[in-house]
Design a protein around this ligand. Structure first.
Ligand code: ADP
Ligand code: MG
Ligand code: MG
Length: 252
């Protein structure tokens, strides 16, 4: 059991043709583990997240992604989700006209193969929202439409708790949160992790979140690849010394 990313190379389609952004990413996340990816702006962190989830703009040119033995490399987005992969996007998309309640119900139905029982489901949804400091009335709003930055991140984590995917990719779920919201979001992620059966890829460029969500491994990520890996102390070193010390290795 693990999420295995092997020598992943990814092109993004630009106006002047395909451009390689991921240049060989290797990573294995076991259940119960949190892997933090820390890298500067533009290093390809979101590209990694999108490529894992199967976004059509990002082409895996070589390498593989295997989730608990299932090769996802060439599967569509919904098939990856059904296999147990979840992505909280850095910039969540608005879905006007689709309520949070309907969205969650559709997602749950798609993942489990049957519609959840109405009465228990409403209670579950309300409990999940409440655990992220969101009012029950929140479920009537259109997905992400007019949400504050914090509401977007909190509703993503409510969704994570409700759907219980095997592995979650959280792309800068901490960015733009004040300290209280960061705690609420981190508590939600920690509840998701508590039974030891789920793994998290936590993409961030600030070490602050790692005070609340304890990483198993910290990876320094530059120019589309991991250039160093270590324990939580690596995040402290980055905070103190910056990314520059790793640039030589990225160029190698
Ligand atoms: P990060 O999340 O680390 O800030 P991104 O993955 O968003 O980095 O971007 C990495 C690089 O890929 C950047 O140079 C960015 O401009 C480029 N890139 C990403 N997506 C696209 C796209 N859809 N079209 C063109 N360039 C892109
Ligand atoms: Mg390679
Ligand atoms: Mg990004």
């Amino acid at each position: 059991m693990s999420l295995e990313i092997r020598d992943l190379h990814v092109d993004v389609m630009t106006e002047s043709g395909p451009k390689e952004i991921l240049k060989g990413v290797d990573l294995t996340i076991n259940p119960g583990e949190v892997h933090a990816i820390m890298g500067p702006n533009g290093s390809g962190k979101s590209t990694l997240a999108y490529a894992l989830m199967g976004h059509p703009k990002y082409t895996i040119t070589s390498g593989s992604v295997v989730l608990d033995g299932v090769d996802l490399t060439h599967l569509a987005v919904d098939e990856r989700a059904r296999t147990g992969l979840f992505l909280a996007m850095q910039y969540p998309v608005e879905v006007p006209g689709v309520s949070v309640a309907n969205f969650l119900r559709t997602a749950k139905t798609a993942l489990s193969g049957e519609a959840p029982k109405v009465r228990t489901w409403v209670k579950e949804v309300n409990a999940a929202l409440a655990s992220l400091d969101l009012d029950p009335s929140f479920s009537a709003r259109s997905v992400n439409e007019g949400f504050s930055g914090g509401e977007k991140k909190r509703s993503d984590i409510a969704q994570l708790g409700l759907l219980g995917p095997k592995y979650a990719v959280l792309d800068e779920t901490d960015s733009g949160l004040d300290i209280d919201a960061l705690r609420v979001v981190a508590d939600g992620v920690n509840r998701y992790l508590a039974d030891g059966t789920h793994g998290v890829l936590l993409i961030t460029h600030y070490s602050r979140v790692l005070q609340y969500i304890k990483p198993t491994v910290v990876h320094v990520y530059m120019d589309g690849r991991i250039v160093a890996s270590g324990g939580p102390e690596l995040a402290d070193r980055l905070e103190a010394e910056g990314y520059e010390q790793f640039e030589a290795r990225a160029d190698a």
